[in-house]
Write a protein that binds this ligand. Structure first.
Ligand SMILES: [Cu+2]
Length: 203
């Protein structure tokens, strides 16, 4: 079995990479700016000098940002493909957004509302659609955010690596009950899951 890379790792790496460079440049540029304001103030430097053309500087300020931007692209691309390439052994769940709740349908037609129960360490694929207006499935812990659109089947996947409860919510303003479209992903042990999936629905 080849190792599945959790897209959470890839998304986070890309995020910290971009925000790291942003802060680095924010501080570097601010410091240089403050230095120049003091160093070249009018009282100390009344005659401004006119400097034109500096090949080395121009090469530097073209090539360094180009390399940084390309690295940002590569890390972003890797996190995107990580989110889009679903492992073959993923468990599939049908997801229907409706005004105003989320319906989940498992392989054996078991249905849940505003609650997904999944076994730990098994990739889960969500096949997402909407019964009416546009909704959006957002599970921050798994870095999942995909629109649910009527007539279209979209998808997302995640790898729950720790048992626990993870919140999700609708992030596309869909009407008066939008704020009620919340729920939890319950990650349980394989045994607990097997037992639960075979239980008869309560209704
Ligand atoms: Cu909604």
């Amino acid at each position: 079995m080849n190792e599945i890379v959790n897209p959470v790792t890839l998304v986070d790496r890309s995020f910290y990479f971009i925000i790291g460079f942003s802060f680095l440049f924010l501080f570097a540029i601010t410091l240089v700016m403050i230095y120049f304001v003091i160093r070249y103030r009018r009282s100390k430097h009344p005659e401004p000098s006119d400097i034109r053309g500096n090949i080395l500087l121009e090469i530097a300020w073209i090539s360094i940002p180009t390399v940084i931007a390309l690295l940002m692209f590569v890390s972003g691309w890797q996190s995107y493909t990580g989110l889009r390439n679903v492992p073959e052994n993923a468990m599939e769940i049908e997801v229907i957004g409706q005004s105003f709740s989320w319906i989940f349908i498992y392989d054996n037609d078991k249905e849940t509302e505003n609650e997904i129960i999944v076994p730990v360490n098994k990739p889960v694929k969500l096949n997402i659609t909407s019964a009416d207006v546009i909704h959006s499935m957002f599970i921050p812990a798994f870095r999942v955010k995909v629109d649910a659109v009527n007539g279209i089947s979209t998808y997302a996947w995640f790898l729950p690596e720790e048992e626990g409860e993870y919140a999700f919510q609708c992030t596309e303003f869909c009407g008066t009950g939008h704020a009620d479209m919340t729920g939890v992903v319950k990650v349980v042990s394989q045994d607990e899951f097997d037992e639960w999936i075979e239980e008869e629905d309560e209704w």
